[in-house]
Design a protein around this ligand. Structure first.
Ligand code: PGA
Length: 260
């Protein structure tokens, strides 16, 4: 691992009120400050961004998505520059739910990544395969998975220089493990992370690939067959992208504490 673990709380379309969002943040922040050694990024819905303080002591602000233009007649959209001015440092790009419900394709994702980098924010490029059986019976990555992740990386990063790519975080999120209760084994997560680094080395170089932060996301929690800490300590991932468990303050605090 190159750095302290990076833990991103993706609140998705939750919680429903300003008071609930402020309370959730305050409860987690109070405990998180005492636990040295993990960087935590909160990605609330846009309307609650202003309730959370800008970066301080290992706590950062991020957004769940953005548009690729900085201003203009784009009804309903939020620009990277607005996010920067709102105190964000990270922006999730290409989350599987954006790909699925909003038909975001790799070309749109590529434009978003470029726009995010242009205002000097860090994109978190989410990649992942749809079906579990993209791992064969021996637990090996078969072509389908390699093709999907390879294509998502190559197309998502098209035209992005190595100097810019150093600021990109990649999140491996097997779609079949998001919000489903299905578990991705440490071995499978490790293989996927290795594959991601292989593709990055092919597009850029080995040094960049080794330094890149590769996160794991998909039904992460503090206990069970696989645990949040296990993806970092056993599988060697650089951090986590946490959905459901980041909405439960006690569980999210347990996750953070288990990492250090
Ligand atoms: P989950 O979501 O932890 O609820 O599975 C992860 C994600 O979609 O980022």
């Amino acid at each position: 691992m190159n750095y302290n673990p990076l833990v991103i709380a993706n609140w998705k379309m939750n919680p429903l009120s300003a008071s609930a969002a402020a309370h959730l943040f305050r409860t987690i922040a109070k405990e998180a400050k005492r636990s040295e050694g993990a960087e935590i990024v909160f990605c609330p819905p846009f309307v609650w961004l202003h309730l959370l303080p800008k970066a301080k002591r290992g706590l950062f602000l991020g957004a769940q998505d953005c548009f690729w233009e900085n201003k203009g007649a784009y009804t309903g959209e939020i620009s990277p520059l607005m996010l920067k001015n709102a105190g964000c440092q990270y922006v999730l790009v290409g989350h599987s739910e954006r790909r699925k419900y909003f038909q975001e394709d790799d070309a749109a994702i590529n434009k978003k990544i470029k726009a995010v980098l242009k205002v000097r924010l860090r994109p978190v490029l989410c990649v992942g395969e749809e079906a579990r059986d993209a791992f064969n019976a021996e637990g090996k990555l078969i072509n389908e998975l390699s093709l999907i992740i390879g294509e998502q990386l190559e197309k998502g990063l098209a035209g992005i220089s190595a100097a810019q790519a150093r600021n990109i975080v990649v999140a491996y999120e097997p779609v079949w493990a998001i919000g489903t209760g299905a578990e991705c084994s440490y071995t499978d997560a490790m293989k996927a992370a290795l594959y991601i680094r292989k593709v990055l080395a092919k597009i850029y170089d080995r040094a960049l690939a080794e330094k890149a932060r590769v996160l794991y996301g998909g039904s992460v929690d503090s206990a069970g067959q696989t645990t949040a800490a296990g993806y970092i300590k056993e599988a060697g991932l650089d951090g986590l992208l946490v959905g459901g468990s980041s909405l439960d303050a006690s569980e999210f605090i347990r996750i953070i504490k288990s990492l250090t």
